[in-house]
Design a protein around this ligand. Structure first.
Ligand SMILES: *[C@@H]1O[C@H](CO)[C@@H](O)[C@H](O)[C@H]1NC(C)=O
Ligand SMILES: *[C@@H]1O[C@H](CO)[C@@H](O)[C@H](O)[C@H]1NC(C)=O
Ligand SMILES: *[C@@H]1O[C@H](CO)[C@@H](O)[C@H](O)[C@H]1NC(C)=O
Length: 259
Protein backbone atom coordinates (compact mmCIF):
# COMPACT_ATOMS: atom_id res chain seq x y z
CA UNK A 1 0.00 0.00 0.00
CA UNK A 2 1.22 3.50 -0.78
CA UNK A 3 1.95 5.77 2.17
CA UNK A 4 -0.94 7.96 3.31
CA UNK A 5 -1.19 11.39 1.72
CA UNK A 6 -0.67 14.43 3.90
CA UNK A 7 -3.76 16.38 4.88
CA UNK A 8 -3.92 20.15 5.40
CA UNK A 9 -6.77 21.31 7.64
CA UNK A 10 -7.74 24.97 7.30
CA UNK A 11 -10.14 26.60 9.74
CA UNK A 12 -11.39 29.96 8.52
CA UNK A 13 -11.80 29.72 4.76
CA UNK A 14 -14.50 32.37 4.49
CA UNK A 15 -15.64 32.47 0.90
CA UNK A 16 -12.21 31.36 -0.17
CA UNK A 17 -10.95 34.67 -1.58
CA UNK A 18 -8.52 35.23 1.32
CA UNK A 19 -5.61 33.59 3.12
CA UNK A 20 -7.43 30.35 4.01
CA UNK A 21 -8.58 29.71 0.45
CA UNK A 22 -5.23 30.61 -1.12
CA UNK A 23 -3.40 28.33 1.32
CA UNK A 24 -5.78 25.46 0.56
CA UNK A 25 -5.28 25.88 -3.20
CA UNK A 26 -1.49 26.07 -2.94
CA UNK A 27 -1.13 23.05 -0.65
CA UNK A 28 -3.51 21.08 -2.90
CA UNK A 29 -1.13 21.77 -5.80
CA UNK A 30 1.67 20.42 -3.65
CA UNK A 31 -0.05 17.09 -3.08
CA UNK A 32 -1.98 17.71 0.12
CA UNK A 33 -5.56 16.59 0.64
CA UNK A 34 -7.34 19.63 2.02
CA UNK A 35 -10.06 19.73 4.66
CA UNK A 36 -11.87 23.07 4.71
CA UNK A 37 -13.68 24.40 7.77
CA UNK A 38 -15.85 27.54 7.80
CA UNK A 39 -19.33 28.73 8.61
CA UNK A 40 -20.84 29.29 5.18
CA UNK A 41 -21.63 25.84 3.76
CA UNK A 42 -22.33 27.02 0.20
CA UNK A 43 -19.13 29.01 -0.12
CA UNK A 44 -17.18 26.16 1.39
CA UNK A 45 -18.61 23.61 -1.04
CA UNK A 46 -17.80 25.91 -3.96
CA UNK A 47 -14.22 26.27 -2.70
CA UNK A 48 -13.82 22.49 -2.39
CA UNK A 49 -15.29 21.93 -5.86
CA UNK A 50 -12.88 24.45 -7.35
CA UNK A 51 -9.91 22.61 -5.84
CA UNK A 52 -11.27 19.30 -7.09
CA UNK A 53 -11.68 20.74 -10.59
CA UNK A 54 -8.10 21.88 -10.71
CA UNK A 55 -6.81 18.41 -9.92
CA UNK A 56 -6.61 18.44 -6.13
CA UNK A 57 -8.86 16.80 -3.59
CA UNK A 58 -10.77 18.85 -1.06
CA UNK A 59 -13.58 18.14 1.36
CA UNK A 60 -15.84 20.72 2.98
CA UNK A 61 -16.66 20.59 6.70
CA UNK A 62 -19.11 23.42 7.43
CA UNK A 63 -19.77 24.35 11.06
CA UNK A 64 -22.62 26.38 12.47
CA UNK A 65 -20.54 28.16 15.12
CA UNK A 66 -17.10 28.26 16.72
CA UNK A 67 -18.04 26.75 20.06
CA UNK A 68 -15.40 24.56 21.67
CA UNK A 69 -17.38 21.33 21.21
CA UNK A 70 -18.25 22.19 17.60
CA UNK A 71 -14.60 22.58 16.70
CA UNK A 72 -13.65 19.37 18.54
CA UNK A 73 -16.40 17.51 16.64
CA UNK A 74 -15.56 18.82 13.20
CA UNK A 75 -11.93 17.78 13.69
CA UNK A 76 -13.14 14.28 14.64
CA UNK A 77 -15.12 14.20 11.39
CA UNK A 78 -12.00 15.17 9.44
CA UNK A 79 -10.02 12.41 11.15
CA UNK A 80 -12.51 9.75 10.01
CA UNK A 81 -13.19 11.17 6.54
CA UNK A 82 -12.72 8.68 3.72
CA UNK A 83 -10.59 10.24 0.99
CA UNK A 84 -10.66 8.78 -2.50
CA UNK A 85 -7.40 6.94 -1.87
CA UNK A 86 -8.23 5.79 1.64
CA UNK A 87 -6.94 7.48 4.74
CA UNK A 88 -4.65 10.47 4.86
CA UNK A 89 -2.60 11.88 7.73
CA UNK A 90 -3.11 15.35 9.16
CA UNK A 91 0.32 16.93 8.73
CA UNK A 92 -0.48 20.64 8.62
CA UNK A 93 -3.24 22.56 10.41
CA UNK A 94 -3.87 26.26 9.90
CA UNK A 95 -5.97 28.27 12.32
CA UNK A 96 -6.98 31.17 10.13
CA UNK A 97 -10.29 31.97 11.79
CA UNK A 98 -10.64 35.28 13.53
CA UNK A 99 -13.21 37.61 14.93
CA UNK A 100 -12.60 41.33 14.70
CA UNK A 101 -14.35 44.05 16.65
CA UNK A 102 -13.27 47.56 15.71
CA UNK A 103 -15.02 49.90 18.11
CA UNK A 104 -14.11 52.46 20.73
CA UNK A 105 -13.82 50.73 24.10
CA UNK A 106 -17.02 52.24 25.55
CA UNK A 107 -19.05 50.88 22.61
CA UNK A 108 -17.84 47.29 23.04
CA UNK A 109 -20.71 45.06 24.19
CA UNK A 110 -20.67 41.88 26.23
CA UNK A 111 -21.57 40.00 23.07
CA UNK A 112 -18.59 41.50 21.21
CA UNK A 113 -16.32 40.27 23.98
CA UNK A 114 -17.91 36.83 23.99
CA UNK A 115 -17.45 36.48 20.23
CA UNK A 116 -13.87 37.68 20.47
CA UNK A 117 -13.13 35.09 23.16
CA UNK A 118 -15.14 32.39 21.35
CA UNK A 119 -13.33 32.53 18.04
CA UNK A 120 -9.90 33.89 18.92
CA UNK A 121 -9.37 31.85 22.09
CA UNK A 122 -11.80 28.96 22.74
CA UNK A 123 -11.96 27.76 19.14
CA UNK A 124 -8.18 28.12 18.82
CA UNK A 125 -7.68 25.93 21.91
CA UNK A 126 -10.04 23.26 20.53
CA UNK A 127 -8.44 23.32 17.09
CA UNK A 128 -4.93 23.15 18.54
CA UNK A 129 -5.85 20.28 20.83
CA UNK A 130 -7.18 18.24 17.92
CA UNK A 131 -4.23 19.06 15.67
CA UNK A 132 -1.68 18.12 18.34
CA UNK A 133 -3.47 14.86 19.16
CA UNK A 134 -3.46 14.00 15.44
CA UNK A 135 0.23 14.90 15.03
CA UNK A 136 1.22 12.76 18.02
CA UNK A 137 0.01 9.70 16.09
CA UNK A 138 2.15 10.52 13.06
CA UNK A 139 5.58 9.06 12.47
CA UNK A 140 8.46 11.51 12.27
CA UNK A 141 8.90 12.34 8.58
CA UNK A 142 12.07 12.84 6.53
CA UNK A 143 12.38 16.42 7.78
CA UNK A 144 12.10 15.44 11.42
CA UNK A 145 8.50 16.46 11.98
CA UNK A 146 5.24 14.98 13.10
CA UNK A 147 3.21 17.99 12.04
CA UNK A 148 2.98 21.76 11.66
CA UNK A 149 0.43 23.97 13.38
CA UNK A 150 0.11 27.46 11.90
CA UNK A 151 -1.70 30.51 13.22
CA UNK A 152 -2.68 33.66 11.35
CA UNK A 153 -1.98 36.70 13.49
CA UNK A 154 -2.42 40.39 12.78
CA UNK A 155 -0.94 43.78 13.59
CA UNK A 156 -3.20 43.52 16.65
CA UNK A 157 -1.22 40.47 17.85
CA UNK A 158 1.46 42.90 19.02
CA UNK A 159 -0.18 46.29 19.33
CA UNK A 160 -3.39 47.53 20.86
CA UNK A 161 -4.83 50.67 19.35
CA UNK A 162 -7.74 53.07 19.66
CA UNK A 163 -10.47 50.79 18.33
CA UNK A 164 -8.97 47.35 18.89
CA UNK A 165 -9.65 46.49 22.55
CA UNK A 166 -12.19 43.88 21.39
CA UNK A 167 -9.79 42.36 18.86
CA UNK A 168 -6.21 42.82 20.08
CA UNK A 169 -7.05 41.06 23.35
CA UNK A 170 -8.01 37.94 21.38
CA UNK A 171 -5.06 38.19 18.99
CA UNK A 172 -2.58 38.66 21.86
CA UNK A 173 -4.04 35.52 23.42
CA UNK A 174 -3.69 33.58 20.19
CA UNK A 175 -0.04 34.56 19.95
CA UNK A 176 0.54 33.51 23.57
CA UNK A 177 -1.12 30.17 22.86
CA UNK A 178 1.06 29.56 19.81
CA UNK A 179 4.24 30.44 21.71
CA UNK A 180 3.33 28.15 24.60
CA UNK A 181 2.54 25.28 22.24
CA UNK A 182 5.73 25.76 20.29
CA UNK A 183 7.73 25.39 23.52
CA UNK A 184 5.71 22.50 24.87
CA UNK A 185 5.52 20.40 21.71
CA UNK A 186 8.79 21.22 19.94
CA UNK A 187 10.37 18.40 21.88
CA UNK A 188 7.85 16.05 20.33
CA UNK A 189 8.88 17.26 16.88
CA UNK A 190 5.71 19.25 16.39
CA UNK A 191 6.33 22.60 14.73
CA UNK A 192 4.16 25.53 15.80
CA UNK A 193 4.41 28.85 13.99
CA UNK A 194 2.62 32.19 14.18
CA UNK A 195 2.49 34.70 11.32
CA UNK A 196 1.81 38.34 11.98
CA UNK A 197 0.01 39.74 8.97
CA UNK A 198 0.90 43.40 9.42
CA UNK A 199 -1.21 45.08 6.78
CA UNK A 200 -4.41 44.83 4.74
CA UNK A 201 -5.01 41.59 2.84
CA UNK A 202 -6.75 41.72 -0.53
CA UNK A 203 -9.95 39.69 -0.25
CA UNK A 204 -13.43 40.19 -1.66
CA UNK A 205 -14.48 41.59 1.70
CA UNK A 206 -11.61 44.03 2.21
CA UNK A 207 -11.94 45.23 -1.38
CA UNK A 208 -15.62 45.93 -0.82
CA UNK A 209 -14.76 48.06 2.22
CA UNK A 210 -12.44 50.38 0.26
CA UNK A 211 -13.98 53.69 -0.75
CA UNK A 212 -14.81 53.79 -4.49
CA UNK A 213 -11.78 55.82 -5.58
CA UNK A 214 -9.37 53.60 -3.63
CA UNK A 215 -10.61 50.24 -4.95
CA UNK A 216 -8.44 50.10 -8.07
CA UNK A 217 -5.28 50.93 -6.20
CA UNK A 218 -6.02 48.44 -3.40
CA UNK A 219 -6.68 45.72 -5.94
CA UNK A 220 -3.71 46.32 -8.18
CA UNK A 221 -0.96 47.95 -6.13
CA UNK A 222 1.16 45.26 -4.48
CA UNK A 223 3.07 47.94 -2.56
CA UNK A 224 0.13 48.68 -0.28
CA UNK A 225 -1.63 45.42 0.56
CA UNK A 226 -0.85 41.74 0.93
CA UNK A 227 -1.86 39.10 -1.61
CA UNK A 228 -3.39 35.98 -0.06
CA UNK A 229 -1.37 33.88 -2.53
CA UNK A 230 1.85 35.41 -1.23
CA UNK A 231 0.92 34.71 2.38
CA UNK A 232 0.15 31.13 1.32
CA UNK A 233 3.69 30.83 -0.12
CA UNK A 234 5.06 31.77 3.29
CA UNK A 235 2.86 29.17 4.97
CA UNK A 236 4.16 26.52 2.59
CA UNK A 237 7.69 27.61 3.42
CA UNK A 238 6.97 27.26 7.14
CA UNK A 239 5.45 23.82 6.60
CA UNK A 240 8.53 22.74 4.64
CA UNK A 241 11.13 23.74 7.24
CA UNK A 242 13.23 20.98 8.74
CA UNK A 243 13.59 20.63 12.49
CA UNK A 244 17.09 22.13 12.69
CA UNK A 245 15.85 25.63 11.86
CA UNK A 246 12.22 26.21 12.73
CA UNK A 247 10.55 29.60 12.68
CA UNK A 248 8.15 30.25 15.54
CA UNK A 249 7.14 33.68 14.31
CA UNK A 250 7.39 35.63 11.13
CA UNK A 251 5.83 38.88 10.10
CA UNK A 252 4.67 39.93 6.67
CA UNK A 253 3.82 43.37 5.40
CA UNK A 254 3.63 45.09 2.01
CA UNK A 255 6.59 47.17 0.85
CA UNK A 256 5.00 50.55 1.50
CA UNK A 257 3.22 49.72 4.78
CA UNK A 258 3.53 52.79 7.00
CA UNK A 259 3.05 50.96 10.33
C1 LIG B 1 -13.99 16.31 -4.30
O1 LIG B 1 -13.51 15.10 -4.85
C2 LIG B 1 -13.60 13.99 -3.95
C3 LIG B 1 -12.90 12.79 -4.57
O2 LIG B 1 -13.16 12.65 -5.92
C4 LIG B 1 -15.07 13.72 -3.62
O3 LIG B 1 -15.15 12.65 -2.69
C5 LIG B 1 -15.65 14.97 -3.00
O4 LIG B 1 -17.03 14.79 -2.74
C6 LIG B 1 -15.44 16.16 -3.89
N1 LIG B 1 -15.88 17.34 -3.17
C7 LIG B 1 -16.70 18.26 -3.68
C8 LIG B 1 -17.11 19.37 -2.79
O5 LIG B 1 -17.08 18.21 -4.83
C1 LIG C 1 -15.21 5.14 5.82
O1 LIG C 1 -15.10 3.84 5.31
C2 LIG C 1 -15.23 2.81 6.26
C3 LIG C 1 -14.98 1.46 5.64
O2 LIG C 1 -14.71 1.53 4.27
C4 LIG C 1 -16.61 2.88 6.91
O3 LIG C 1 -16.74 1.88 7.90
C5 LIG C 1 -16.80 4.25 7.52
O4 LIG C 1 -18.12 4.38 8.03
C6 LIG C 1 -16.55 5.35 6.53
N1 LIG C 1 -16.56 6.63 7.21
C7 LIG C 1 -17.28 7.66 6.84
C8 LIG C 1 -17.17 8.90 7.65
O5 LIG C 1 -18.00 7.64 5.85
C1 LIG D 1 -17.20 36.50 -1.52
O1 LIG D 1 -18.00 37.38 -0.77
C2 LIG D 1 -18.07 38.68 -1.29
C3 LIG D 1 -18.85 39.55 -0.34
O2 LIG D 1 -19.04 38.99 0.90
C4 LIG D 1 -18.68 38.64 -2.65
O3 LIG D 1 -18.67 39.94 -3.18
C5 LIG D 1 -17.88 37.73 -3.55
O4 LIG D 1 -18.47 37.60 -4.81
C6 LIG D 1 -17.69 36.38 -2.92
N1 LIG D 1 -16.76 35.61 -3.72
C7 LIG D 1 -16.92 34.33 -3.96
C8 LIG D 1 -15.84 33.67 -4.72
O5 LIG D 1 -17.89 33.71 -3.58
Amino acid sequence: MSSPKPILVVAGVGNSSGTGGATARLFAKHGYLVALVARNADNLKAAAEEINKSGGEAAAFPISNYEYSTVINVCDQIKTHNWSNGKGEIRVALFNSGHGVWKPFLDVTEQDIQENVQVNILAAFAFSRQAILAFKENKIDEKGRRGTLLFTGATASLRGNVVTSGFATGKFALRALSQSLSKEFGKENIHVAHAIIDGGILTDRTLERQPGNAKDNFQNNLDIRLSPESIAESYLYLANQDRSAWTWELDLRPAHEKW
